[in-house]
Design a protein around this ligand. Structure first.
Ligand code: APR
Ligand code: PHB
Length: 398
């Protein structure tokens, strides 16, 4: 068994694990990242792509925002489309100058991996069968297999950044965690198309045929989603059927038309809201999707992971600076306050914009009235805008 030693052992090279390793490096704290997949896999894994103001500011402050600033698409508003009409939400005007940036999650991952490796950081890709041990003691370990050999990584703390299906959360003894979950009775069929985006801002559409979302990746790439059945078989969706449905759900009476193009990638994603409490047990700290999942309607998954990591990095910095464990002890409580607010916003957007088969006409009118209120009330539009650009992160600054 090859023995390794570090201060913080991190499981998972997603945005949470990589950003933590980078922020710890900036404060002189050692870490090693264990990742089951290959570098290519994590760098090419297509996920969402909307960054809150606070996420953008943090990545720039942390010195990993150059490409984001060059290639990210800054948006000052979003569109709500329902009952054939379009309504603009002025994000920047309603939030005192904040905006969102469209920049793919896998590009953020690429930037963080490049920064870690160029700083001599260790990311052990292809680490299989990871397991977590002695988290109740003062010398927890992570065991894993790599290149045909067994390895044991001894550390002071373990950061479980291994997503919903990782080993970290499940290694916490039963009875310790409380889980809260809502599984939605629909999914999203998403496509990436080589088509010039017909709108320069995102469009969230509530339609009798179901929800649809117009987004983008670049001036050449459009990203589109439509509501489908939770167990939808993508084989039933030839490209022309997808386009037909997107035209029907996204186009309005004002003459806006969707531009088509070759479909480069398509897939179906399930939708759930999930939170575990607490987000820490002994020397194991959960962050990002390992502790919580949001439905994609609010574009919050990545941003919530970044918010957790900001709190955790600050808490480790305090500990290793010999300033005590107060922030570590308050980590879970601090994160969960924001997690639940973001869960509420994501659930609200999902409830307001999707077609629920079990809804009767009264409930459908309630949905439309809610959308009409948001579109017509500065107060309600401001509430949406301040959640969409990102609620304040705790604590401010790095
Ligand atoms: N051992 C090692 N690595 C693992 C294991 C394991 N047993 N299980 C999972 N991993 C790795 C995955 O391969 C992945 O690279 O952990 C990483 C977790 O990354 P993400 O799933 O991206 O989670 P997180 O970093 O919390 O980022 C949250 O990701 O899924 C999106 O919508 C979500 O945007 C949100 C963001
Ligand atoms: C995306 O661009 O992939 C995207 C945008 C907004 C969302 C979800 C996904 O709410």
């Amino acid at each position: 068994m090859a023995a390794l030693r570090t201060q913080v052992g991190i499981i998972g090279a997603g945005p949470a694990g990589l950003l933590l390793s980078h922020l710890l490096h900036l404060t002189g704290i050692d870490s090693i990242v264990i990742e089951s997949q290959t570098r290519q896999h994590v760098e090419e894994r297509i996920r969402a792509g909307v960054l809150e103001q606070g996420t953008v500011d943090l990545l720039i402050e942390a010195g990993v925002g150059d490409r984001l600033e060059r290639e990210g698409l800054v948006h000052h508003g979003v569109w709500l489309r329902f009952a054939g009409r379009s309504h603009h939400i002025d994000l920047t005007g309603l939030t005192g100058g904040k905006s969102i940036t469209v920049y793919s999650q896998h590009e953020v991952v690429k930037d963080l991996i490049a920064a870690r490796l160029s700083a001599g950081g260790q990311i052990l890709f292809g680490a299989a069968e990871a397991s977590v041990h002695d988290i109740d003691g003062t010398r927890p370990t992570i065991c894993f297999r790599r290149d045909g050999a067994e390895h044991e990584l001894a550390c002071d703390f373990i950061a479980g950044c291994d997503g919903f299906h990782g080993v970290s959360r499940t290694s916490i003894p039963s009875g310790v965690l409380s889980a809260y979950e809502r599984i939605y009775p629909f999914a999203w069929l998403g496509i990436l198309a080589e088509a010039p985006p017909a709108s320069d801002e995102l469009i969230y559409a509530r339609h009798e045929r179901g929800f649809a979302l117009f987004s983008m990746r670049s001036p050449k790439l459009t990203r589109l989603y439509l509501q489908c059945a939770p167990d939808e078989d993508i084989a039933n969706w030839p490209d022309d059927r997808i386009w037909q449905e997107l035209h029907a759900r996204l186009e309005d009476q004002g003459g806006w038309r969707l531009a088509e193009g070759p479909v480069l990638q398509k897939g179906v994603t399930g939708m759930r809201s999930f939170v575990v409490e607490p987000m820490q047990h002994g020397r194991l700290f959960l962050a990002g999707d390992a502790a919580h999942i949001v439905p994609p309607t609010g574009a919050k998954g990545l941003n919530l992971a970044v918010a957790d990591i900001r709190v955790l990095a600050r808490a480790f910095a305090e500990f290793y600076a010999g300033e005590g464990t107060e922030r570590l002890e308050r980590y879970s409580e601090t994160c969960l306050r924001r997690v639940w607010k973001v869960q509420r916003f994501s659930w609200w957007m999902t409830s307001m914009l999707h077609r629920f088969a079990e809804h009767d006409d009264f409930q459908r009118h309630m949905q439309l009235a809610e959308l009409d209120y948001v579109a017509g009330s500065r107060a309600a539009a401001t509430a949406l805008a301040e959640n969409y650009v990102g609620l304040p992160m705790e604590p401010a600054g790095l």
